[in-house]
Write a protein that binds this ligand. Structure first.
Ligand code: FE
Ligand code: FE
Ligand code: ZN
Length: 276
């Protein structure tokens, strides 16, 4: 099955997102658990959750992906900011259990001046404090473009975090095509080589989701500027190979391209045509 969706606004609740997804031909979606800059989450509305779960079943909505606010920094040098990231993620994971068995994606963070090793230690420490055996949510580390001092700019850094996590079965990886391209992984000329490397270093069994984006910038630019599918430096041909690659074609794909709803609808139509 081709699982494809895009990033949607969570402001009207879960059922509204699921209906919006279906209306554009999607069978999954991504959303921010709260304002992307942080702040309070909307209280859980149990009626909305119940209606969402029913609607999802009827309409075959596949695994959904919650995205943590991108301002959280689990490896900040400031203990107060680390504490804030931890508490926000604890609250998000508690809320995620209302919709069991889905994914929660976060950016590992930026180590700023303390160095990547300390950054990796902080992220793993936080995960060891927040992950529980009981949770049904899988927490995904997102591969980053390597802008500034971002942690997770290569597969080795992601692996180093996972190695230090105790409940490894609760952890996975979300590969962002724009980010890995910007980080220097040539998915145009050597997608299979990149996947081989992912497999060798992290293990493809840990790869749970794909953020499907084109990039405004060149290979290894370390910029992180998403582009519409087919309008960037990665291009439609390479993206088409991503969604058809036998090793990853059954993963869920989430568009985070600069689009409004009708733009996403067109991209989803285009990708369905490219899907073999
Ligand atoms: Fe992200
Ligand atoms: Fe992403
Ligand atoms: Zn990005």
């Amino acid at each position: 099955m081709f699982t494809i969706g895009c990033h949607l606004s969570a402001s009207k609740g879960y059922l509204a997102m699921a209906k919006e997804a279906v209306s554009i031909g999607a069978n999954t979606f991504q959303f921010f658990t709260r304002n992307p800059r942080g702040g309070q989450a909307k209280p859980i509305d149990e009626n909305d959750i119940k209606a969402f779960l029913e609607y999802s079943k009827e309409n075959e909505i596949n695994v959904i992906l919650a995205h943590a606010p991108y301002t959280l920094n689990a490896c900040s040098a400031d203990p107060g900011l680390r504490e804030f990231a931890k508490n926000t993620m604890i609250d998000d994971l508690r809320r995620m259990e209302y919709t069991p068995g889905n994914y929660y994606n976060f950016h590992p963070g930026s180590h700023v001046k303390q160095g990547v090793e300390i950054g990796i230690d902080y992220i793993a420490e936080m995960l060891n404090e927040i992950l529980t055996k009981e949770q049904t949510t899988t927490v995904l580390l997102e591969t980053m473009a390597g802008k500034g001092s971002e942690v997770g700019r290569n597969f080795e850094e992601i692996k180093a975090i996972i190695d230090k996590v105790e409940l490894k079965e609760k952890i996975g990886v979300c590969l962002d095509t724009c980010h890995v391209w910007d980080a220097g992984y040539n998915i145009i000329e050597n997608l299979d080589g990149v996947l081989d490397e992912f497999d060798k270093i992290i293990g493809l069994n840990k790869l749970k989701a794909i953020h499907l984006n084109d990039s405004k910038n060149e290979l290894a630019s370390h910029k992180d500027r998403h582009e519409k599918i087919g309008e960037g430096k990665i291009g439609l041909e390479a993206i088409s190979k991503v969604i058809n690659n036998s090793r990853i074609k059954d993963l869920p794909f989430y568009l985070e391209t600069p689009n409004e709803l009708d733009g996403y609808k067109k991209e989803i139509e285009l990708l369905k045509k490219c899907r073999m």
